[in-house]
Ligand binder design. Structure first.
Ligand SMILES: NC(=O)c1ccc[n+]([C@@H]2O[C@H](COP(=O)([O-])OP(=O)(O)OC[C@H]3O[C@@H](n4cnc5c(N)ncnc54)[C@H](OP(=O)(O)O)[C@@H]3O)[C@@H](O)[C@H]2O)c1
Length: 310
């Protein structure tokens, strides 16, 4: 309440000025009109006083009575007043009002232009920020792809079976060699159950075991993490870390990996208790396939199939 300054916008001030000047103009015209009426009355009065009532009839200058000079002088003052109102103050006439209006319109136009300019600047800033963010996200994604190609490696039957009783269902030595040659020297990420299915850690690979247990004990060199994200993070310096199973971890990793190395075992394993998720062909593109027939060392035919994310 107290000390609060009344806010008047610049547009309001202009409008106020316009109204004030219009009022001033009306007053000026009114005063001129009154002046004219008084002049007429007084002129008639002077003429009557001099010529009919004989007041000062002896005062004659250059053949004219005194009233003539007074009326003439007053007429000059009236003309001066007229000139002041209709010529000197012409700028306050209709043209002036139009000028004021134009001034107002121009001012508003300026403000609109400035707002537009500000809006465009802000928009371009937002666009730049968005573009930067998008570019940054792309860069991060590309960097991630460039530095680390996260790959799932699995052997799965035609019905996606991968294991039973925490063990594999088949023994395919060439598939084990394939697994060994691909994963050799790399990080291998696995669920706790898969890790326990090994008699001992596999040589020349860094094991990352995922478990929810806080005090899970592992041999020296094996990395323990409590989430899949932490596992991926622990393997970030490896160009090709592999997710090697089992069923639970494959399910969670499918949306995160860049590549699938599938050994498709051409048989159905109805007795399995663990399965690989269905490969969505709309998301994955087969880029290579090598078929291995069944033989004396391999009870089933199988194919090494590589998929990359579309
Ligand atoms: N055919 C193949 O190529 C292949 C490859 C690998 C495995 N397998 C087979 O798959 C089977 C094992 O698979 P599985 O699905 O039973 O087990 P798994 O995926 O190997 O391990 C499951 C365990 O991982 C941990 N885990 C899972 N998700 C987690 C998360 N988000 N955060 C923290 N910890 C998590 C839990 O450990 P805790 O219970 O300790 O918390 C969970 O019990 C076996 O039969 C194995 O032989 C087959």
């Amino acid at each position: 309440m107290f000390g609060k300054k009344k806010q008047v916008s610049s547009i309001d001030k202009e409008q106020l000025e316009l109204i004030e000047n219009a009022q001033k103009r009306i007053k000026q015209k009114k005063r001129l009109y009154i002046h004219f009426v008084i002049f007429l009355i007084c002129s008639v009065f002077f003429i009557v006083a001099n010529n009919f009532l004989g007041i000062g009839e002896t005062y004659i200058i250059a053949g004219q009575g005194w009233w003539f000079y007074i009326v003439l002088l007053w007429l000059l003052v009236l003309i001066y007043h007229f000139i002041t109102v209709f010529i000197t103050n012409k700028f306050m006439g209709k043209d002036w009002e139009k000028q004021q209006l134009d001034k107002l319109v121009n001012k508003q136009q300026d403000r609109i232009d400035k707002l537009k300019e500000k809006f465009v600047k802000e928009e371009s800033k937002i666009a730049q920020t968005q573009a930067y963010t998008e570019t940054r996200e792309d860069v991060v994604a590309v960097e991630k792809k460039k530095t680390s190609e996260l790959t799932i490696i699995v052997a799965a039957g035609e019905n996606n079976a991968i294991g039973k009783d925490n063990d594999l269902i088949w023994h395919l030595s060439d598939d084990l060699k394939h697994f060994k040659s691909l994963t050799n020297g790399h990080h291998i990420i696995m669920g706790r159950k898969t890790f326990e299915s090994f008699p001992k850690p596999l040589p020349n690979r860094t094991h990352i075991v995922i478990t929810r247990q806080k005090d899970y004990k592992v041999p020296e060199g094996v990395i323990i993490v409590n989430s899949l994200n932490d596992a991926i993070d622990a393997a970030r310096h490896d160009k090709t870390p592999y997710i090697i199973g089992g069923g639970e971890i494959y399910k969670q990793a499918m949306s995160l990996v860049d590549k699938l190395e599938i050994t498709r075992v051409h048989a159905d394993f109805e007795n399995a208790d663990t399965f690989f998720p269905e490969i969505d062909e709309t998301k994955w593109q087969e880029v290579s396939r090598t078929t291995h027939d069944a033989d004396e060392k391999h009870a089933f035919a199988f194919s090494f199939i590589t998929y990359i994310r579309k």
